[in-house]
Design a protein around this ligand. Structure first.
Ligand code: NAG
Ligand code: NAG
Ligand code: NAG
Length: 455
């Protein structure tokens, strides 16, 4: 066992430029702190800044207000002092996560099958390291090549490929576009799990589900299952709670918060120019390879794009633009209408409510997000999904919540697509050909040939 560890370690050392030791969180806790007065807020903010604590909610200390829960990950070594200070200041707090490392260990044991991965045995109810996701991607593109193609969006700083999938039936008509990115933030594993779940759903139900069938005929989906590949990899190899990408910055720090790096009032509010910060916006707008990749693809397809979806955790929210201003987007009311329908359907599914509203109103100010940037580019529907939970496990959502989370999120998105169908897509005649016989016969042959292609 020891040999094995050191071999892995050495390999990690060679491949990872010196990061050998996995960061551990033994005895670390996540506290839910609720300051009640301005004074207490000030005190808490000072302490968080001074100790450089890992803030889970909100993202930035400026967004701490009286009465608002703050989720903060506190290292073991600061814990005693922190609690004493809070008690002394009469600030109420609860322990949200008793031991961060134990929770992490719990979700990574006893579940890995040693069998080689196939599409049939691929387990969508666990989180997968990037190598397995790459394998899955290859199998998906091979098995469903009638309706999906895989392309390279670009390469990361560590030269790992970022893939995207175009999903839809070939068509001579102009199709609408729905764009979706998952895994911008490395530690939000549920987002990556969701993208895989989503793709399986539409691929396996491509003909059996009426809405999906119609969508695939009239819409092309562009899905990026893991945008921040380097960061995601790093959360598996080295630091589970890493958030940013891994591009080296001046002054020995690493990583840019990709959801602060888009050209949407870049770095104006709720973002930091300090490269050590969790919400570092980068040296300039779209400075990062991942961001550049999205922008390039987006430019190619935006003229037909109806919807931009970006998937995150946590908080159970459906967010509308904008994060960088209080103003609403031109399409705000319609976006609210569709999102409220989606949230209602979601609640029916598993009884879990989601809150709908503009980022800056129900969450906090932030600039440079992918959804705001899409809205600035006049995409009619730009939504940010913050999946489960709302503060029990935070970023450590256990495996057994993957399924209900994915099911309810899928329900919500399908509701949005239903709205899109009713309002923006024309009627679709699924082959019950109308018109004269001379038209019907070639059409019938085409359809027969089409269905003869084995799936
Ligand atoms: C799509 O919308 C039309 C109304 O415009 C409706 O008749 C049809 O049933 C919808 N299709 C599906 C599959 O929901
Ligand atoms: C926001 O809305 C206000 C009032 O409608 C308007 O005066 C202002 O120019 C808008 N600001 C931006 C940044 O669009
Ligand atoms: C978005 O639409 C507005 C108003 O129609 C227009 O002024 C602006 O140039 C458009 N922006 C982009 C990026 O196309």
């Amino acid at each position: 066992m020891k040999h094995f560890y050191w071999t892995i370690c050495l390999l990690g050392f060679l491949l990872n430029k010196g990061t050998c030791v996995k960061v551990r969180y033994d005895g670390d806790q996540v506290l839910k702190v609720t300051p009640q007065t301005e004074q207490q807020v000030q005190y808490l903010q000072d302490m968080l800044i001074q100790w450089r604590l890992d803030l889970w909610k909100p993202d930035i200390v400026e967004e701490i207000y009286p009465g608002r829960d703050v989720h903060v990950h506190v290292k073991n070594s600061y814990l005693q002092q922190m609690k004493e200070n809070l008690v002394q200041q009469d600030i109420t707090f609860k322990i949200m996560i008793e031991d961060v490392q134990k929770l992490i260990d719990r979700s990574s044991v006893s579940r890995r099958s040693t069998e080689p991965i196939t599409l049939e045995n691929y387990n969508y109810n666990i989180y997968h390291p990037i190598e397995e996701i790459y394998t899955w991607m290859t199998m998906i593109k091979d098995k469903y090549k009638n309706v999906v193609s895989r392309y390279t969006l670009g390469h990361t700083h560590e030269n790992q490929p970022i893939y995207y999938f175009k999903i839809g039936w070939p068509s001579s008509e102009t199709k609408k576009v729905v764009f979706m990115d998952c895994g911008i933030h490395a530690r939000e594993w549920i987002a990556v799990a969701y993208c895989q779940w989503f793709m399986r759903e539409i691929l396996t139900k491509q003909k059996s589900d009426k809405l999906i069938y119609k969508l695939l005929n009239q819409v092309d989906f562009y899905v990026i299952p893991v945008l921040n590949v380097d960061g995601y990899t790093y959360t598996w190899t080295t630091e589970r709670l890493w958030r940013k990408n891994r591009s080296p910055q001046t002054g020995d720090c690493f990583g840019v918060d990709l959801n602060r790096n888009f050209d949407a009032q870049w770095c104006s509010v709720g973002a930091s120019t300090d490269c050590d910060s969790l919400i570092f916006c980068g040296p300039s707008a779209a400075s990062e390879l991942e961001t550049k990749g999205v922008v390039k693809l987006f430019e190619q397809v935006k003229s037909n794009m109806l919807m931009y979806l970006t998937v995150h955790s946590y908080g159970r929210l459906i967010l509308l633009p904008y994060g960088y201003k209080k103003n609403q987007s031109a399409n705000h009311n319609e976006m609210m209408l569709a999102a409220n329908k989606a949230a209602a359907k979601m609640t029916e599914k598993h009884g879990e409510g989601y809150i709908v509203g503009s980022s800056s109103v129900i969450l906090y100010d932030n600039s440079g997000s992918s959804a705001d940037w899409a809205a600035d580019n006049n995409i009619s529907f730009a939504y940010t999904f913050e999946l489960r939970d709302d503060g029990e496990y935070g970023f450590e959502l256990p495996d057994d919540e993957i399924q209900p989370t994915c099911e309810e999120t899928l329900t919500a998105m399908m509701t949005l697509f239903e709205y899109m169908n009713e309002t923006y897509l024309g009627p679709f005649d699924s082959g019950a050909a109308v018109g004269p016989l001379w038209l019907k016969i070639p059409l019938a042959i085409t359809i027969c040939l089409f269905y003869a292609i084995p799936l």
